[in-house]
Design a protein around this ligand. Sequence first.
Ligand SMILES: NC(=O)c1ccc[n+]([C@@H]2O[C@H](COP(=O)([O-])OP(=O)(O)OC[C@H]3O[C@@H](n4cnc5c(N)ncnc54)[C@H](OP(=O)(O)O)[C@@H]3O)[C@@H](O)[C@H]2O)c1
Length: 326
Amino acid sequence: MGGFLGFVYRQWTIKPKPLPSALSLSGKTALITGANSGLGFEAARELMSRKISRLIIAVRDVSKGEAAKKELSSSQGGDTCEIEVWPLDHESYQSIAELGKRTAKLDRLDYALLNAGVKMMSYKKSALGHETNVQINHIGTSAVSLAILPALKHTAQRYNTPSRLIIVSSEGHFWIPFKERSAGKILAKMDEEETFGTQQQRYYTSKLLNVLWTRELASKVDKEEVVVNTVNPGFCYSGLHRHSASVINVFLWLFAWTPEQGGRCLTDALVKHEDSHGQYLSDQRQTPPSSFVLSSDGEKAQKKIWDETIALLKDEAIGLDTSVVT
Ligand SMILES: NC(=O)c1ccc[n+]([C@@H]2O[C@H](COP(=O)([O-])OP(=O)(O)OC[C@H]3O[C@@H](n4cnc5c(N)ncnc54)[C@H](OP(=O)(O)O)[C@@H]3O)[C@@H](O)[C@H]2O)c1
């Protein structure tokens, strides 16, 4: 149910559950992007409470990452989990490529939660020249997914069990017209200020791109090696809403889950649902994405976005190997 009433009903009635208390992630390694705050931080905390052995928090601002590490270290599991803070900026392809190289040196990478994101309410170009929501939420996240894929595959082959790659999207992907899809070049069109739309439209479109990218990536990756899915964490209190008009506070007060509850949706998608390859999860279950995504137009847009993103990364992201999927 993607409409507003469905949203209200679910935010009011569903209370996301934590991972089973008996679950042990001992021996496993997870990487979470944007884990210094909000839902990523809470997801990190929950994995630690389930005894994960190594946690990499990949953050734009290392000092914020170190502060998060300090707080996590004093949480449940802090005595047994090795926490590392790695730099990652979605506005730097060099940083993304470096992250990929570092993951390739790990002895294992079992779980990757691509959670970093922004919600910019007005048009702003990123440091790399693209509209910022699209840069950080779609282009950056997609580039990271390619950069870390070899490490995830390698782990699966070595330990004979699929690794997991989760991209955080949003229910908001149901709520936008995605007019830009009819442009000859969709991503280039979205760089034009006139196409930005109003309020949260561009943010929602970037989250639709997350869903489309996940589905196409999943179609190119063997589910026996890496299970790829996308998750809506629900509407939650977090710093994400800091650029929104103050009316958002009313919506938050009325409907929002806590960051801990949102984080539970992320860990649920990351650790459970082994059969969710290519799927969209919401409210801790597999559920259809928007009817546009499932339509033939959606399928065309999915392939176009994939081709355009790969071409853009080949052109701009020196040092990033885009041939890890063909
Ligand atoms: N909260 C919600 O209601 C909601 C609903 C649906 C989906 N989501 C999704 O959930 C994810 C987490 O958001 P949140 O609510 O936890 O918000 P948040 O607290 O603002 O966390 C976002 C994280 O992304 C990081 N980030 C931003 N720009 C980055 C960049 N250029 N490179 C690397 N990292 C960057 C932030 O780092 P800094 O601290 O340095 O800025 C922060 O760690 C996002 O993908 C968001 O779209 C959230």
